[in-house]
Design a protein around this ligand. Structure first.
Ligand SMILES: [Fe+2]
Ligand SMILES: [Fe+2]
Length: 286
């Protein structure tokens, strides 16, 4: 396969490349203007990834994926089994990160624990990216990670690389191109079809068990146009606005808790066994 073909099929070296891009984009102290200076030539893989995402993320695609995955028919797994499963997504392209997916999750949750955050939030930190296992079910990178946004209404200019929506077929559906599209004013973002990815999937898995604050963190953690840029307020209701502070609190840890120290798994396991047992049944439907 030529390099161009590989780039077209899997434009990111691994899913973490998107997380690293976000971290750079939202580096503390960066102004709104600097944020806009991301350049496709500096990060060709990321740009290609967003091109695929923005061109393919249609209402029809989202509805089909929701039907396929939100029925949770991929079997029963414990949290540790789900984390081990995600761990099989190995990253062999980056010689200087030798952290596994579980270790990345633990870094997020352990940073919350050090700050004395509530136990339900520490749990949320640990599980928030377990939905990336969608990749292992064969979903393309562009359908698993990336900033999320509502489909079925006009795209905000605050979505990164908005120019790539030019070739999205929904552009030709007049109903989807108005401010409210298929929604009504202030309908609440829980009632909106978000672009499909790991966020929505993990929120569905956890919906029966966790509180709203936690479910908002899960479902909307990649909805940067909303939580970082204030877009789509016209679809928000009072509940969304009151949950926003928790999503923002969560985002600090998601973006900035990556480090190179390996968490000590054996030492931490009993704490997490208790934490999972406090909020969740032994196995969950995925
Ligand atoms: Fe995530
Ligand atoms: Fe994350």
């Amino acid at each position: 396969m030529s390099t161009a073909t590989v780039l077209a099929q899997q434009p990111l070296h691994d899913l973490d490349e998107w997380d690293d891009f976000l971290e750079g984009r939202y580096k503390e102290g960066k102004t709104e203007e600097e944020f806009r200076v991301y350049d496709a030539t500096a990060t060709p893989g990321v740009a290609e990834f967003y091109r695929q995402n923005h061109e393919n993320m249609t209402v029809d695609y989202v509805l089909a994926k929701e039907k396929e995955y939100f029925s949770l028919s991929k079997g029963q797994k414990t949290i540790w089994e789900a984390a081990e499963f995600l761990n099989t997504l190995v990253d062999d392209s980056d010689p200087d990160t030798d952290l596994t997916q579980i270790e990345h999750l633990l870094q997020t949750s352990e940073a919350m624990r050090r700050d004395g955050q509530p136990r339900w939030m520490i749990l949320t930190g640990f599980i928030h990216d377990l939905g990336k296992c969608l990749c292992l079910y064969g979903e393309p990178q562009w359908g698993v990670v990336g900033d999320t946004f509502p489909v079925g209404c006009a795209w905000s200019k605050d979505i990164v690389f908005p120019e790539y929506f030019a070739k999205n077929p929904d552009r030709n559906v007049p109903e989807y191109q108005t401010k409210y599209g298929i929604y009504s004013p202030n309908c609440g973002i829980e009632n909106v079809h978000m672009s499909f990815g790991h966020d929505g999937y993990i929120a569905e898995v956890m919906k029966p068990y966790l509180r709203d604050e936690s479910l908002y963190m899960l479902r909307f953690h990649s909805f940067y146009p909303w939580h970082k840029h204030g877009a789509y307020d016209h679809l928000c209701n009072d509940k969304d606005r009151s949950m926003l502070e928790w999503v923002l609190k969560f985002n600090q840890y998601d973006l900035y808790s990556k480090g190179h120290t390996k968490p000590n798994m054996a030492e931490l396991k009993p704490y997490y066994d208790d934490l999972f047992a406090e909020f969740l049944p032994p196995t969950l439907a995925w």
